[in-house]
Design a protein around this ligand. Structure first.
Ligand SMILES: NC(=O)C1=CN([C@@H]2O[C@H](COP(=O)(O)OP(=O)(O)OC[C@H]3O[C@@H](n4cnc5c(N)ncnc54)[C@H](OP(=O)(O)O)[C@@H]3O)[C@@H](O)[C@H]2O)C=CC1
Ligand SMILES: O=C(O)CCC(=O)C(=O)O
Ligand SMILES: [Mg+2]
Length: 474
């Protein structure tokens, strides 16, 4: 049934019902070792997972690992250019939950990303990247412990859809001509703009479907958090990319205020409600004046718009959300993408869940990881309705490959996310405790060792860090 993989003889499939996994005690889980440092990271990580499951459940629960191939290893096994063999896709589709090391993507040409391909093939539309601080981790930030955010990155569209054309090709020439002579002049807001003839062109589709299913997962996650963390921030560059990133914001708010109307309040709604709570007799216009600080300088139309917004909000939700009831709801706000990078540096504690599009989420997750210790500490999950693949935020770090040096923390914490997703919380908790104890006892790999004061010399190897985590289970 498979060409070159041999599934384990024992173990059962994970199945899905209503988007949630149903997990047997002995699930079969495919893993991709990964390119570059994957050769070091995977064995260290698997050792930790198996030890934690054994320590938590005796022999009652156990993962039957199924090795599948992608990237360089797949080419070795299946032949030239067989980067993502049918076997691998079949196994992941069949077993439903998988975990992977990083895979290389060449720059400027060559194959398109295998990582992105897996997300698109299995429609793993939510890339979930939590960024929290483990006590004792060295950080360039003064108060890294305030950082506790979860990035929800849309994972299937945006420019990552990969529809682009190289400069100078016949198709791109045709496309530019069509845009310059037909579509742009037919759109008055574009004026006399023209695209340079020596351009490459990429397409950035952002859909309502893609946006709302992502934001839905983000809000559902917020509802599971403690009250003070029940907040979803829509991150976008909608001032510049109005119909893609701006639409993402609008569709996000639309979902929050329709499907989650009883559970959510938007930031602007909260201002309108609290203006009335402070002064129950406040007129619509005075409320609008407080809502829009530059109100008196606005045009009549804009003033009327602001008053209409106040009126609509009070009519719709004063009963259900007024008199402070909105404080019990999930707060939904939005921030422009460039500003959120500095906000996370200056006031990380003010954010909880950040929902954003593919490219913003890619950038933001590396930047957020830096605050809590770097890419060695950034886990991730790609979640769909009938499949999930867990993987670290970082890549193959080729200069460190095969040296048993890099930090397996990200892949191990991705495994923690997988165990939590499977409902194996006890094993997940043991690993988190092991990591925390290893770090606070200064038993760390090079990346954390060099940031510690005084620096740890010599640092642990990748495999030794795994052993240290296991040592602290008991
Ligand atoms: N999901 C995936 O599989 C991903 C794949 N990639 C791919 O990986 C390749 C390399 O990308 P690159 O831009 O170099 O980014 P990487 O994330 O691979 O590495 C950049 C730097 O981050 C640090 N780093 C990465 N992983 C670890 C770790 N486990 N422990 C400690 N430090 C770590 C290292 O910093 P230093 O050397 O300073 O210590 C490393 O040089 C590319 O082909 C890219 O496309 C990239 C991201 C995700
Ligand atoms: O697929 C790749 O090579 C890079 C992807 C990436 O950077 C990410 O998913 O964070
Ligand atoms: Mg990235």
């Amino acid at each position: 049934m498979y060409e070159k993989i041999t599934p384990p003889e024992t173990g059962e499939k994970i199945t899905f019902a209503e988007g949630k996994p149903i997990v047997p005690d002995h699930p079969i889980i495919p893993f991709i070792r990964g390119d570059g440092t994957g050769v070091d990271l995977w064995p260290a990580s698997q050792k930790v997972f198996d030890a934690a499951i054994q320590a938590a459940y005796g022999g009652k629960r156990k993962i039957s690992w199924c090795k599948v191939y992608a990237g360089d290893e797949a080419c070795d096994r299946y032949g030239t250019y067989q980067y993502l063999p049918e076997d691998t896709l079949k196994a992941i589709g069949e077993y439903g939950v998988a975990i992977k090391g990083p895979l290389t993507t060449p720059i400027g040409g060559g194959i398109r990303s295998l990582n992105v391909a897996l997300r698109q093939i299995f429609d793993l539309y939510a890339c979930v990247r939590p960024c929290r601080y483990y006590a004792g981790t060295p950080s360039p930030h003064k108060t890294p412990e305030k950082m506790n955010v979860i990035i929800y990155r849309e994972n299937t569209e945006d420019i990552y859809l990969g529809i682009e054309w190289r400069e100078g090709t016949e198709i791109v020439k045709k496309l530019i001509e069509y845009l310059n002579t037909d579509l742009i002049p037919a759109t008055p807001e574009h004026g006399k703009k023209q695209i340079r003839l020596d351009s490459g062109i990429g397409i950035k589709p952002i859909s309502k479907t893609g946006t709302q299913r992502l934001v839905k997962r983000a809000i559902e996650n917020a509802l599971r958090l403690p009250k003070e963390k029940q907040m979803v921030t829509l991150v976008h560059k909608g001032n510049i990319m109005k119909y893609t990133e701006g639409a993402f914001r609008d569709w996000g708010y639309e979902l929050a205020t329709t499907e989650f109307r009883d559970q959510c309040v938007t930031e602007r709604e909260s201002w309108i409600l609290s203006n009335k709570e402070e002064n129950p007799d406040i007129s619509l216009e005075d409320n609008a004046r407080k809502l829009e600080p530059g109100y008196d300088a606005l045009t009549t139309d804009k003033k009327q718009e602001a008053c209409a917004e106040v009126k609509a909000v009070l009519e719709a939700i004063w009963e259900t959300h007024g008199n402070g009831k909105w404080k019990e709801k999930v707060m939904v706000n939005d921030r422009i993408a460039d500003s959120i990078f500095q906000q996370l540096q200056t006031r990380p504690g003010e954010y909880s869940i950040l929902a954003t599009m593919n490219l913003n989420g890619d950038y933001l997750s590396d930047a957020a990881a830096a605050i809590v210790g770097g890419l060695g500490m950034g886990p991730g999950a790609n979640i769909g309705d009938t499949c999930a693949i867990f993987e670290a935020t970082h890549g193959t770090a080729p200069k460190h490959a095969g040296l048993d040096r890099v930090n397996p923390g990200s892949l191990i914490l991705s495994g923690v996310m997988m165990l939590e997703y499977m409902g194996w919380q006890e094993a997940a908790d043991l690993i988190k405790m092991g990591i925390e104890k290893a770090i606070s006892n200064r038993e760390v790999t090079y990346d954390l060792a060099r940031l510690m004061e005084p620096p740890v010399k010599p640092p642990l190897k990748c495999s030794e860090f795994a052993d240290a985590i296991i040592k602290y289970f008991g």
